[in-house]
Design a protein around this ligand. Structure first.
Ligand code: ZN
Length: 282
């Protein structure tokens, strides 16, 4: 298992952690000043910018782009809305390619308004992933399925476990092209009794495209915006990282904390806390 002490280069900051309070350029500068190795921007960070220029800025600062967040939902019941979301995702894939992002993160969406057929929503999500895969391959961008905690099933993600995400990988990317993989976000999957087995399975198939860390405050003040700083909650982050690294994972430890509480603190303080906690508790 890697020793993360004094290795901020193995850390990545997802810009949601900074609450979108500063520009992506300022974020890159703040990371570079601390030796943080990677950034995962969101699409909103690129509004009014050229992806190639952001990529150059990051490269000049010595900061990797470890991921690009995140997809428009794939599960709209209305075909016109589904087509519009697909077009948005194709444009985002163009940007991901220009960024040189290691992957484009897919959050698949939940039920349609008023819908109760979870199986149908999951089928639309899976079909939506299939529809994006060729475009992603053509652009050289990997698609990263991120299963989300079951509390988000209705509104954000009907894909909730690593097992189901890996089933989709096997079905849709069976030829071993490995343009489809998974994000292991500790906040979303830590409760799963099958976690260790599914991490091992993902590692064997070389499908792990990212490892996101934060912590689970009990109870979360908000299911989406109530994440804790690593070490402040119930998740055995080091244990999860051990499973990943025993399986061969060598990627970054990506801090992704959506938190109203942390958004009230100065950005520099948040970054310093992230570096310290990744080094000591992750
Ligand atoms: Zn995540």
């Amino acid at each position: 298992m890697r020793d993360l002490a004094n290795r901020p280069d193995l850390c990545c900051i997802n810009t949601a952690t900074l609450g979108f309070r500063i520009s992506v350029e300022a974020a890159i500068d703040g990371l570079a000043a601390r030796g943080i190795g990677g950034v995962s921007p969101w699409r909103r960070d690129l509004e009014g910018r050229r992806a190639a220029e952001v990529a150059r800025r990051a490269a000049d600062a010595g900061v990797r782009i470890d991921g690009y967040c995140r997809s428009s939902y794939l599960t709209h019941a209305d075909p016109a809305r589904r087509r519009a979301a697909h077009a948005e995702n194709l444009r985002a894939l163009d940007d991901a390619a220009e960024l040189g992002a290691a992957c484009y993160v897919l959050v698949v969406g939940g039920l349609a308004p008023g819908e109760r057929d979870l199986g149908a929503a999951r089928a639309r999500a899976r079909d939506g992933v299939a529809d994006l895969l060729d475009a992603a391959r053509a652009r050289g961008v990997a698609l990263a399925l991120e299963p989300l905690h079951p509390v988000t099933t209705a509104g954000r993600s009907c894909l909730n476990t690593l097992a189901e995400a890996l089933d989709w990988c096997d079905e849709l990317d069976a030829d071993g092209g490995n343009r489809l993989g998974v994000i292991v976000d500790a906040y979303h999957v830590w409760w799963d009794a099958a976690l260790a087995a599914q991490i091992a399975r993902a590692c064997r198939a070389r499908r792990v495209l990212g490892f996101h860390v934060s912590d689970w405050i009990d109870p979360p003040p908000d299911p989406v915006r109530g994440r804790g700083m690593m070490g402040d909650g119930a998740i055995d982050l080091r244990g999860i990282r051990r499973e990943l690294e025993q399986g061969g994972f060598e990627g970054a430890v990506e801090v992704e904390i959506m938190s109203d509480a942390w958004d009230r603190r100065p950005v520099g303080e948040v970054l310093d806390a992230c570096v310290r906690r990744v080094a000591t508790v992750c």
